[in-house]
Each structure stands twice: as structure tokens, then as C-alpha cells.
Design a protein around this ligand. Structure first.
Ligand code: ATP
Length: 299
């Protein structure tokens, strides 16, 4: 009995650890396959993506019964729109993403994709329809080329090279000792946060999912890396429905719509200019970040 209990207990621990962090979302997929906490409805069909629209309808959610985290959250990301979510740490931004992937069930309301309640479709089809660029990408002990091709294992060399170019990794790879055959990961070359994020973007370009989630890294980047990541995001999100969990102003400005969250509620929404003109919470966040930027980069 003990022998059985130990690994289950350990798995439970790993599961909780990983659920806590979007950074490990890729590993979480593997893990969830082995520990299906949420079951598909019998005979559940695959999700059908026609337009690529996301809707949160009056969503209420808590990780436990005593502490509500989201309170009647409603918003839509229309086909091919880019929606950014901003708000203080702990506001509930990453929780939206976990619910979209159905890592947890909503307590109230519903999450819909193209009008289909995500509880009624298979989890596998749901997760195949959504691509994520996580905060911290897992790199395998393999060449950088294979790490990128992981986005779509059957991609041909030309497609991989195109993804490398669009993700602004070509200059970086050209300077590596063995070019794209250079080994990366724990036992190979360590990549910076910005470089890893560009690998994730290249993978997503190969995958070309109809819906894209971008969980922006909180770590600060130098302005060159930031610019090149921004351009790469534009490439990958062009013509696709995208939801961006944003930590930097630069990512937010060109979003079609911005949701401002506070303590699990959407307290403001609109375009960058509308929100600045409203002189509310967003305008204050913006001023605060501008001041922080000025302090980091004195003239
Ligand atoms: P940040 O900007 O710091 O990433 P966030 O806005 O993404 O924050 P969430 O990660 O969604 O915030 O967290 C919202 C609340 O839910 C926080 O109070 C957090 O402590 C809590 N929370 C997050 N994950 C879990 C979990 N696995 N179990 C219990 N509580 C959690």
C-alpha cells in the first residue's frame, strides 16, 4: 500500500507545484495526460474552430471554496483581435489563462470558444487549438533546431528556417558555435529569458494555432531584446485571435482592447487612448510604469 501511496503522493505534489506556475505549462500538458483530474464528457466532440472567438461569460472561480478569485468576469476576444490583460500582481490574470485551457473548471458562468462551452468538448482538441508562449520556456537537451521544430515535429527545414527568421532568432543562431546544431538546455548552452521566449515564439509560428495566448515574462529585458520580441509577437499574432497577459506598456499599446483587472474583477476596459483619457486605474498604472522606466534609464 505504501509503495502505491508514495508515487501517487509525489505525483500529487508535482501536480500542485506545476498547477501553480504557468511557466511549466508545457510540462503540465504531459502531466495532465497522466493525471486526468478533469474528465471529458462521454462522447465529447472535438472543438470546432470556425472564427476563433473567445468569450468569458459571467465567470466566477476560486482555487478553494473559501477564497473567490474571479468575480463575474465577462469579456470577448473577437476573431483576429488582440486583447491585453493588465493589473497588479495577484489580480487574477494568469487564472484566466488556466481556465481557458480548462486546467480548472469554472464555478459559475462559462468559457466559450466559437460558441462552444469548453466543458463540452475534448480537452485534447481544446489544447491543440490554443498555442501558448509561456513566461519561461522549457528547453530540451537537444539542438536549438530540434527545440524549435518541437512546435510541429513534421515541419520541413524551410519552414523551420522561416520560423527562426520571423522570431528574430537568425542573428543569434548565426553567432552560435555550431549554428542551429548547437546543443541547448540543461546540458548545453543556457539561453537568456528573452532568447528562450523567442524560441517559444518560433515554435508557435510553426504550430500556427487559431488562438494564441502570450504570457509575457515579468523579467526585465534590454530595449533591443524587447523590440525584437515585440516584432516577433506581431508576426506570430498577425491574423490570429490573441490574448496577452501583459507586464510591459510596450505590448499593451497596440492591443485592440485592454482589460484592467483588480482583485478578480474587470474594473476598466477600452483602447489605450480611451483608458488614458478616462484618468482611472489604467492611467495611474501607466504613469507609475513610466516613472519606473525613467528611474531605470536616467537621461
Ligand atoms: P501575477 O501578475 O503576479 O502573475 P496574476 O494577476 O496573474 O498575478 P494569478 O496568478 O491569477 O494572478 O493569481 C490570482 C490569485 O490566485 C492570487 O491571489 C494567487 O495567490 C491565487 N492563486 C494562483 N494560483 C493558485 C493556486 N494554484 N492555488 C491557490 N491559489 C492560487
Amino acid at each position: 500500500m505504501m509503495q502505491l501511496f508514495m508515487p501517487l503522493n509525489f505525483l500529487g505534489f508535482v501536480y500542485r507545484e506545476m498547477k501553480g506556475s504557468m511557466a511549466n505549462v508545457e510540462r503540465m500538458f504531459d502531466l495532465l495526460r497522466r493525471t486526468p483530474a478533469i474528465k471529458d464528457a462521454p462522447d465529447a466532440p472535438a472543438v470546432v474552430i470556425s472564427r476563433g472567438e473567445i468569450e468569458f461569460r459571467e465567470v466566477g472561480f476560486g482555487y478553494g471554496p473559501d477564497r473567490p478569485i474571479l468575480d463575474r468576469v465577462s469579456f470577448s476576444v473577437r476573431p483576429r483581435q488582440k486583447v491585453a490583460v493588465v493589473g497588479a500582481s495577484g489580480a487574477g490574470k494568469s487564472t484566466l489563462v488556466k481556465l481557458l485551457f480548462r486546467f480548472y473548471e469554472v464555478d459559475e458562468g462559462a468559457v466559450l470558444i466559437d460558441g462552444q462551452d469548453i466543458r463540452t468538448v475534448t480537452q485534447d482538441s481544446l489544447r491543440r487549438a490554443i498555442g501558448i508562449v509561456p513566461q519561461d520556456t522549457v528547453l530540451f537537451n537537444a539542438s536549438i533546431y530540434d527545440n524549435i521544430r518541437y512546435g510541429r515535429i513534421d515541419a520541413g527545414e524551410e519552414e523551420v528556417q522561416e520560423a527562426i527568421r520571423l522570431a528574430h532568432l537568425d542573428d543569434f543562431i548565426a553567432r552560435l558555435p555550431d549554428g542551429h546544431n548547437t546543443l541547448v538546455g540543461e546540458r548545453g548552452l543556457k539561453l537568456s529569458g528573452g532568447e528562450k521566449q523567442r524560441v517559444a515564439i518560433a515554435r508557435t509560428i510553426l504550430k500556427r494555432p487559431p488562438i494564441l495566448v502570450f504570457d509575457e515574462a515579468t523579467s526585465s529585458l534590454d530595449s533591443r531584446s524587447e523590440q525584437s520580441i515585440l516584432q516577433a509577437i506581431r508576426e506570430v499574432s498577425r491574423g490570429q485571435t490573441s490574448l496577452v497577459i501583459a507586464h510591459r506598456l510596450s505590448t499593451v499599446v497596440d492591443a485592440d482592447h485592454i482589460l484592467v483587472m483588480d482583485h478578480g474583477r474587470i474594473v476598466e476596459q477600452g483602447s489605450h487612448h480611451e483608458l488614458l483619457a478616462a484618468h482611472g486605474r489604467y492611467a495611474r498604472l501607466w504613469q507609475l510604469q513610466l516613472r519606473e522606466q525613467d528611474e531605470e534609464q536616467p537621461a
